[in-house]
Design a protein around this ligand. Structure first.
Ligand code: ZN
Length: 409
């Protein structure tokens, strides 16, 4: 059966240095005021819609990926940007840590670690700034203990970002970013998680006789991309570089990165999994977009220009093929792909990337007929639904510090 194209043709004009595009400001280092106004109107409208028509959908579950904590993360990002305690309280109202949550999963996105990490930081920030915390919000140290206790699930968890150890590592680093105190998240705790990921990668690589010194499988496949695969795991290890043994970095992590980057397809895209010749998906969870933050960070950390070159080449793939037919989501849609250009803009300060991010945002706002093949499974989910577009629109107001949620620190 002939498969439909997975993306729509990109008809946006190419960026030209000789003319300021209407979505950028004169300095080409931010959005134009007219495009900002468009985004503000979009956000205002959609927030009203979410809080009236979609309220029940928001509370589908407690997680960041599909549930209310995703909305919590949206308000958290707004609160941190504005140093706004009211927004922190609003974020908290979407985070449910009263019960044992799902109790089975360890990761930030789909497990208990996301709501617990968010609640820890909110409790810390409110405790330091306001005299009266919201009713029954425990001390941050108490919530952090629950986050640390999730390590009991480590050995039975997979390694990847969405459900596994790398997703737990993100949660720990997230708290560490806002609460550097070593008694809250002890460095040894983070190192334990890092070592477990590396051990598991060495074990599986040896078992299957791989050329790559580290290899991980998820559901019997070696995925390569950000959500379930090697790119996402390596990206978390690089973000955790302070806790990675330097010998592990040089003997395992960097050679694995080099092996991974050699798996590139002729088109410049990356396959979803090892041994799959298919070249179909260009979205954060599978394919080139997830390799950009990895290569940008690898360039900064290993000081090798080859990595930045690959990041830029991935950006070209996303520009050509990143207007996903599936729709606008962060995980497998156009909003997530817009972050590719934000990451490249932050790394290079070249306005072409900011322009491209703006074009993808415009696509998400205008939502032309036919630009979403089917409605998302969970329309109020941060990663699959409307909040992802709101998150991106908000972040474009402070593009120098924008971060792909639950992935970049
Ligand atoms: Zn996805």
């Amino acid at each position: 059966m002939a498969s439909q194209s997975s993306y729509l043709k990109n008809s946006y004009e190419e960026y030209s240095p000789s003319k300021v595009p209407s979505i950028l400001n004169e300095g080409r280092n931010g959005l134009s005021s007219s495009f900002q106004e468009t985004l503000q109107a979009f956000t205002k409208n959609k927030l009203v819609f979410m809080n009236t028509e979609m309220e029940n959908d928001i509370f589908y579950d407690t997680t960041v990926y599909t549930g209310s904590a995703g909305f919590g993360l949206f308000y958290f990002m707004c609160a941190i940007t504005d140093e706004n305690d009211e927004l922190l309280k609003q974020s908290l109202s979407y985070i449910n840590i009263k019960k044992q949550l799902k109790g089975k999963r360890i990761s930030f996105l789909c497990g208990d670690a996301g709501p617990l990490a968010l609640a820890t930081v909110i409790s810390y920030k409110l405790g330091n700034r306001v005299t009266k915390k919201p009713y029954r919000l425990p001390e941050y140290t108490v919530i952090a203990e629950r986050l640390l206790a999730l390590i009991s699930l480590l050995s039975e968890s997979p390694d990847e970002v969405l459900y596994g150890k790398a997703g737990y590592l993100y949660a720990l680093l997230f708290v560490k970013k806002y609460i550097p105190d070593d008694t809250v998240i002890p460095p040894d705790h983070i190192k334990k998680v890092v070592r477990a990921i590396i051990k598991s990668g060495r074990h599986y690589s040896t078992q299957v006789g791989s050329e790559s010194p580290l290899l991980w499988q998820w559901h019997d496949k070696v995925y390569l991309g950000a959500a379930h695969g090697v790119a996402g795991i390596l990206y978390m290890l690089l973000q955790a570089h302070d806790y990675v043994d330097p010998l592990d970095m040089s003997d395992y992590v960097e050679p694995t990165l080099q092996w991974l980057l050699r798996q590139r397809l002729g088109s410049g895209n990356y396959p979803s999994s090892l041994g799959s010749p298919r070249d179909r998906l260009v979205q954060w969870c599978h394919g080139a977009p997830g390799f950009v933050p990895l290569c940008v960070l690898a360039h900064q950390y290993f000081k090798n220009d080859k990595y930045l070159k690959i990041a830029k080449e991935c950006g070209e793939v996303v520009w050509r093929r990143g207007l996903c037919a599936k729709g606008f989501s962060l995980c497998h849609g156009v909003a997530g792909n817009a972050y590719t250009f934000i990451q490249l803009y932050q790394a290079t300060k070249d306005p072409v990337h900011l322009y491209r991010a703006g074009c993808f945002m415009e696509w998400c706002v205008s939502a032309r007929p036919g630009s979403q093949a089917r409605a998302p499974d969970r329309r109020a989910s941060l990663f699959e639904g409307l909040p992802g577009r709101l998150y991106l629109a908000e972040e474009l107001n402070h593009v120098d510090t924008a971060k792909f949620p639950a992935f970049e620190l």
